[in-house]
Design a protein around this ligand. Structure first.
Ligand SMILES: C[S@@+](CC[C@H](N)C(=O)[O-])C[C@H]1O[C@@H](n2cnc3c(N)ncnc32)[C@H](O)[C@@H]1O
Length: 273
């Protein structure tokens, strides 16, 4: 059997370095996934030794950026889990639509596909004008990509299928212009999105929201960090506001759970007290 190139102790050393050197705290992340990704990067970049690898992370700013990009998982898609978006369309957003203003926080938005999906939904429900979407992530590189609003043309077939499954009835291609291998989404969809860095581990609440989405992010955190972040969301959510998580995530074990009522069969909770 091949020995892992980076051992548990070395993973801890790297995490301590990141905190001390750059103020990035990954100590509350589940170790299995972190370690797998560190080992992947180590092999990918053909590090000669752990000492050399560690030196680069600590002393080369560009490499540190690459390291953060590679140890966090950025996989996303438009209208991911279409049934979830259908519930937003049919149940959640019509309720919020009765309010004078809708503030939405997408925490861990990655390259922005979720934000543009939300914008399309709001536009189709005639709510975009009175909405504001704060789309945040700890990783500035994914946010730069998100702000461009350009995604691979090759993905559009699948995104269009997701869109239809989420209840969309328009021609999905009416939302973008194709240019070479890219689909550039309409400026209008971007006008109500604010992309900004925010680290769920160390940054505070920055507004009051009626809807918070944090999907497929908590899954990478240990229980304590999940509780801390859920508390942050609770502090940032208005009464009767909604909180949505990914399919494998829950608030069930968290101290805030008593204040929330779950929408049947969905990973969406409403703050009821
Ligand atoms: C798998 S993606 C999920 C994207 C999108 N929410 C979705 O469900 O398709 C996870 C994102 O969480 C971000 N993330 C990880 N740790 C974070 C933290 N501490 N604060 C903010 N974002 C974080 C990553 O950079 C990544 O872009």
């Amino acid at each position: 059997m091949e020995l892992p190139v980076v051992n548990d102790e070395q993973v801890e050393l790297l995490l301590a370095d990141l905190l001390e050197q750059y103020g990035y705290d990954f100590t509350g992340y589940s170790r299995a996934s972190l370690k797998r990704r560190i080992i992947r990067l180590y092999s990918l970049d053909k590090a000669l030794s752990f000492a050399e690898f560690r030196y680069r992370v600590n002393n080369d700013q560009d490499y540190f950026k690459r390291f953060v990009e590679q140890i966090t998982v950025n996989v996303t898609e438009m209208f991911r889990d279409p049934v979830f978006f259908k519930t937003l369309r049919d149940t959640v957003l019509p309720k919020l639509g009765t309010y004078p203003f809708i503030r939405i926080w997408l925490a861990g938005c990655s390259t922005g596909e979720e934000a543009y999906s939300m914008s399309i939904l709001l536009k189709e429900l005639n709510l975009l004008q009175k909405s504001l979407i704060y789309a945040t992530d700890l990783n500035p590189t994914v946010l730069e990509k998100a702000a461009q609003g350009m995604f691979g043309l090759a993905q559009m077939k699948q995104y269009s299928e997701n869109y239809i499954l989420s209840g969309g009835t328009n021609d999905f291609s009416s939302y973008y212009t194709a240019s070479y291998s890219l689909a550039k989404f309409d400026e209008e969809l971007k006008r109500k999105i604010i992309f900004s860095t925010h680290n769920l581990v160390s940054d505070h609440s920055f507004n009051e929201f009626q809807l918070i989405l944090c999907r497929n992010v908590l899954i990478y955190f240990d229980r304590d960090l999940q509780n801390k972040v859920l508390q942050l969301f609770d502090d940032s959510l208005d009464d009767l506001g909604y909180m949505a998580l990914g399919t494998k995530e829950t608030i069930d074990f968290s101290p805030i759970t008593g204040k929330y009522k779950r929408l049947a069969n969905h990973k969406i909770w409403r703050k009821v007290s």
